[in-house]
Every structure is written in C-alpha cells, then in structure tokens.
Design a protein around this ligand. Sequence first.
Ligand code: SF4
Length: 132
Amino acid sequence: MKKTKVEIHVPSTWVKYKPSLCKGCFAGCCTLPVVVTAEELYHLGFLKYEEVTGPLKPHVEKLKKKKIIKSFNSRTKLFTLYQHPNNDCVFLTKERLCSVYDRRPFICREFPKNSKRPGFCPNQKFQKDSEK
Ligand code: SF4
C-alpha cells in the first residue's frame, strides 16, 4: 500500500497515535500553535500572580517583546505562544525536547486527544544533522 507523506499542517495525512511513536519523533506537535491561559503563563514564570488577576492587555507587549507570546485574543483572554520562524515552539530545544516539560501547558498534555484530528499526530522521525 502506498504511504502518504505526513504534512504537519494537513491533518488528513497524520498517523494514528500510539505512545511508542514519540521515541525518535522530531516533535511535529511542538510546531503547531500553542494556546495558553494567563494562569499557565504564571506557572511558566512569565506573569506574576497579581498580573493574572488584573487586566491582561497591559502585559501583552512585554510578553511579545520577550518572544514568549506571538498574540493575545482579548475576547477569549488566551495567548498564543511565540513560534520560531520554522514554527518550533519557543520552549522546544535543539534536541527537540520540551524545556518546560513538567510545567507544559494543558493543550500539550492532552495532545493528540485535542488535535485537529483527534487521536492522530504528525509523526516523523527526527533526523540528526549527521543522518541527513
Ligand atoms: S510547551 Fe513544550 S510540549 Fe508544548 S509545544 Fe512547546 S515544547 Fe512542545
């Protein structure tokens, strides 16, 4: 049977998720937009407690300048984390590991149950420079 190439932004090409897929994966899920609450930014250490309980808009520019977030939705009060030009999450390391794993946002903990194609993920093997 012909295999379809996995395209990160085309969920119909994703593969059925099983935990063993994470080993050696290039962390494609960490190149998708990550939406977080102010409380999560507090737990990550980027907002103080009193900032979470007050108006959020005044902190948006500061968080953007620090390249922690790329946008804020004032209607939903949700922030989207900053992504590097190649779409990698701001917290993804060169080794393609999460640098805030113990405090990672809920959306990351729940993936791929909550993905654009629930139960499927954009799994691809992580090729080290030496393997390219
Ligand atoms: S916070 Fe961590 S788990 Fe979530 S997308 Fe970023 S690197 Fe991946």
